[in-house]
Design a protein around this ligand. Structure first.
Ligand code: ADP
Length: 340
């Protein structure tokens, strides 16, 4: 009976170790594997201690040398592991490895985020403080005061934009904004074109549109409007002469939206990154335009939230074309909540 109980207990323990998601291994005094679970084998791929990666060997050597438990983090290829190694009297060492890659990536992302946001907030804030001081100087002329106030306004606008984009992104990422109603993609585009036409005209640009009526989507109209606004606004911002073309057409069971411009274009080096948060092309022409680098990441989040995809084709000095596809909802009928 006692033997049976011990056997059951042993089997449970073995099952636990075998199925553990962490690597677990027992080494002899020479540092070779006496017992290990499948995860350990998958990560290390060898039973011979001398073939272990150097960073792991260093942790094991330290545990052996000091006779104490050593905890450390090591990188193996793309992965980061938390390793804990403990001496076992009369045998050798036992060690575990826990994959912490995801947490490391999150920590890195958070660091990048904090660095970028604080930089992007600090520079307009420094400008606000500087110009506020200038405006108050006793010998400042009225003209100088006016200019200082204008610059303060521009900086405040930049900060407001950054905070607005950040809040929108954060809301999307926690899944707020789920007001899905029947919307017509072309009508939302038309409203945004009307709103931004003035800015295009001021730059001498023509806005053309080819909007097929009226593909119905199940979408959050506020977000879809924002998506159009960011794309069309970018096309106007990054184009000095020519045309911005906005297209909507249906194909099978999805709808394609497109914003094409004859602007500065995006170099192949920058192209893969334009949808990343805070990314701005490195060209001097881009630097002339004020931006946060958040607009396109917001657009991408919105498209993906609605089950769609977005991509860009561009040639430096020729122009850019942003295209997105969204699933068409054929079952939708015009309801009361449909946006006009
Ligand atoms: P920003 O606030 O800088 O415009 P976005 O996320 O909207 O941020 O865009 C990211 C970057 O992609 C821009 O900084 C710019 O370098 C590039 N970009 C976006 N749209 C265009 C466009 N229509 N033409 C050329 N470059 C563009």
């Amino acid at each position: 009976m006692l033997y049976q109980e011990a056997e059951v207990e042993r089997e449970r323990l073995s099952l636990t170790i075998r199925t553990a998601n962490d690597a677990i291994a027992l080494l002899n005094a020479e540092g070779n594997v006496l017992a290990s679970n499948p995860t350990a084998h998958a990560i290390l791929g060898t039973e011979r201690g001398e073939d272990f990666p150097p960073s792991l060997r260093a942790v094991l050597a330290q545990a052996k040398g000091t006779g104490t438990v050593i905890k450390s983090e090591i990188d193996l290829g793309e992965q980061t592991y938390h390793v804990a190694a403990a001496p076992v009297a009369g045998t050798g060492l036992v060690f575990t490895m826990h994959d912490v890659t995801h947490f490391r990536q999150l920590a890195r992302l958070k660091d990048d985020f904090v660095a970028t946001v604080s930089h992007d907030l600090r520079s307009p804030l420094t400008s606000v403080l500087g110009y506020a001081k200038l405006a108050q100087m006793r010998n400042a002329t009225q003209q100088e005061q006016l200019e200082a106030l204008q610059r303060i306004e521009v900086s405040a606008q930049r900060m407001t934009e950054l905070i607005k984009d950040l809040l929108d992104l954060a809301k999307l990422e926690v899944g707020m904004a789920d007001k899905l109603v029947a919307v017509e993609l072309d009508r939302l585009a038309r409203a945004v074109i009307e709103e931004l036409e003035g800015a295009a005209l001021t730059k001498g640009l023509t806005i053309r549109y080819e909007l097929n009526p009226h593909p119905l989507l199940e979408a959050d109209p506020r977000l879809v409007t924002q998506m159009w606004r960011n794309l069309i606004d970018n096309a106007i911002k990054y184009t000095d002469k020519g045309t911005v073309t906005v297209r909507v057409r249906t194909a099978d069971n999805y709808v394609l939206g497109q914003v094409a411009d004859t602007g500065i274009g995006i170099s192949p080096v920058d192209l893969p990154y334009v949808f990343d948060k805070f990314y701005r092309a490195q060209s001097p022409k881009t630097k002339e335009v004020v931006g946060t680098g958040l607009g396109l990441s917001l657009v991408k989040s919105i498209v993906e939230k609605h089950g769609g995809q977005i991509w860009v084709e561009s040639e430096l000095g020729i122009g850019s074309t942003f295209t997105f596809s969204l699933p068409l909802r054929t079952g939708l009928s015009y309801g009361q909540d449909q946006l006009a």
